[in-house]
Design a protein around this ligand. Sequence first.
Ligand code: TRP
Ligand code: ZN
Length: 477
Amino acid sequence: MSRRMYRSALVIGGIVAAAALVGSTAASAAPGRPGEPRYGAGAEGAGDPYFPLAGNGGIDVLHYDLDLDYTPPAAEPAPLEGQLSGVATIELVATQDLDRFNLDLRGLTASSVVVGKKSMSFTQTDNELVITPRPKLKTGQSTTVVVTYGGTTTEPTDIEGALYGWVTTRDGAMVVSEPDGSATWFPVNDHPTDKATYSFEITVPEGLTAVANGVLAGSETAGGKTTWTWDAPDPMAAYLATATVGEFRLEQYTAANGTPIIDAIDVTRTPSQVAALALTGDMLSFFEERYGPYPFVSYGAIVDDDSVGYALETQTRSFFSRNASEGTVAHELAHQWMGDHVSPARWADIWLNEGWATYSSWIWLEHRGQSTAQARFQQVMNRAPGSSTWNTVVADPGPLGIFGTPVYDRGAATLHALRVKIGDTAFFDLATEWVARFGGGTATTADFIALAEEISGQDLADFFDVWVYQPPKPTAW
Ligand code: TRP
Ligand code: ZN
């Protein structure tokens, strides 16, 4: 069906975006005769200045099939270390003539790499699995790469020191990988510009549940182990993939809008810690009215007893640390449209995720009779002159600023100010069109400004200049 056409349109979008980011990697290749392949190495990063090694040049992954076997730590006081072994079957297309290409892989060791059924030589550095395909790959050629790998899992941290990636827990693992933590659990083209579909077969000791994205295709127990099979057919950025393992109770139902819901609730959670999840169906309808149809095959929450200290909008299955508060439940659900379906083309564009998700919880809470969005906007505007809110370029907060308060709160305030300026009709038309036009792919701040101008018919250059490109507190817009 149209999914195929949709997919190929995305692939083209991905190639264009990657080429624009990386520049001409083919330039290093030896000059060839016209029409002859010009083989070279794919770049070691996707070209994102915030995370130079994240992602890779020269490849476009279409599908990851992740076959994982995981043993959590032994009983305490053993160290929090698990054992992971995996076989990743990766369908990809070469986007340049390649005699070498990389996948991102960190802290785990590859034992074999097969490209198109033949064993290949490879090397590993701290973050890169470097593969030398023979025969070499020509532009447009598809192939299947099978990486067998494994090792000891620990508690990885991002550049700010926050836990992320495959975070080993007492009873399993919390798997949340924004922005570049997927490489801690599978070989990956770890940048949002390369979305792919996923399938998972996760084998864990009997009694534990492995929860991934999409729909549950089944579970089978044999010899004291259970294999959980999940199918995630919606194109997904790698940081949104999960394979969280723990002592979970699965709760399945269909929301009023028809979306199948699977919540995974750690068995130790009390009813009050997860009460807000009962609002999921109402929230789905609320955001569908404003942003258009819910974009994925399913939804649900994972609420773990351990904590990474934050929640994450893992695609179709948002992750919550210990409890799921109403504002956070709304925030992560809204991300499914804003961040997951439309993803940042570069990490500098993260305010488009966090500003929208934060603003979405403002309008949801207003709908529920709490403070109005206008009141929350005013609270942000009342912040002291020395506040970080008034010294950050929201559309370029730096790699250490991507989860900072200004990105969230000034991002949300920007959207509220825009709504007041262009009016409710244009504002929500903009939201819906943003998702319709860029859904399944990525977009930039410039794309957002251009669409806002197109939909409102207003020149918004000065507006966005003071709100997202200049650090000081906006005074007129
Ligand atoms: N989970 C956060 C959100 O939904 C984003 C996030 C990812 C984060 N990693 C983080 C926040 C580390 C704080 C620290 O907005
Ligand atoms: Zn968020």
